[in-house]
Design a protein around this ligand. Structure first.
Ligand SMILES: C[S@@+](CC[C@H](N)C(=O)[O-])C[C@H]1O[C@@H](n2cnc3c(N)ncnc32)[C@H](O)[C@@H]1O
Length: 203
């Protein structure tokens, strides 16, 4: 991310905007149980989520140590774990969380497919992957002219197959803001219980 964008993500105006964004971004998905936010920046969305659901077991991670420190300061008095983690190689065991959140992060990850695979891996069966991100468009490209760090916008048509490949079922994929933003909810199916004796005698 550019220094400017990183500073904006840590700013008071973004914190205030996050409070208004959070319902739109979570799209009515039930916030409950153990929740992981990846690429959480300075914790603006995490703070807004905890204000709405104080009992949540929230873990907030980001790859950038400066963001992690900003998150630790912002969330110091709140019951949240804050740590450094690359969304493409999460330091959590399989099936650790009921929900994984990703807000405006995937386009900063050149191999964002791997971040989707990791989100799916750490989700429990029945869990959901929820978030929003920027779609490839002239506006989003223009917005990132100043951003010399690597980024790769999402092509909405490419997102659904990536979810399936990761073992997630898309529940809602919604493009808004004139085709510039993609919101998503995807579900990790419950493990299929097979009866070991069910095929006995079948031909
Ligand atoms: C535009 S900011 C969004 C921050 C936060 N989600 C929010 O909505 O306020 C993108 C964040 O993604 C983080 N990021 C970029 N690549 C990442 C990766 N591979 N793993 C985890 N975080 C990453 C950046 O450090 C930055 O904090």
């Amino acid at each position: 991310m550019s220094t400017l964008e990183a500073a904006f993500c840590r700013s008071t105006p973004w914190g205030l905007l996050a409070r208004r964004l959070v319902l739109w971004a979570t799209q009515g998905a039930p916030l409950a149980g153990g929740v992981l936010e990846v690429g959480a920046g300075s914790g603006a969305m995490a703070e807004a989520i905890l204000a709405a659901c104080p009992r949540l077991r929230l873990t907030m991670t980001d790859i950038d140590p400066a963001m992690v420190r900003a998150g630790q300061r912002r969330l110091a008095r709140l019951p949240v774990e804050v740590g450094q983690a690359d969304a493409t190689a999460l330091p959590f065991a399989e099936e650790s969380f009921d929900m994984v959140l990703s807000f405006l992060m995937l386009h900063h990850v050149v191999h964002w497919e791997q971040a989707v695979v990791e989100a799916a891996r750490v989700l429990r069966p029945g869990g959901v992957f929820v978030g929003y991100d920027l779609v490839a468009s002239r506006t989003t490209a223009w917005l990132h002219v100043a951003d010399r760090s690597a980024h790769r916008f999402i092509e909405p048509a490419a997102f659904e197959p990536v979810l399936h490949h990761a073992g997630l079922d898309p529940i809602r994929l919604q493009v808004s803001f004139g085709g510039r933003v993609l919101r998503f909810i995807a579900h990790k199916p419950d493990t299929v219980q097979t009866d070991p004796g069910s095929d006995k005698g079948e031909h």
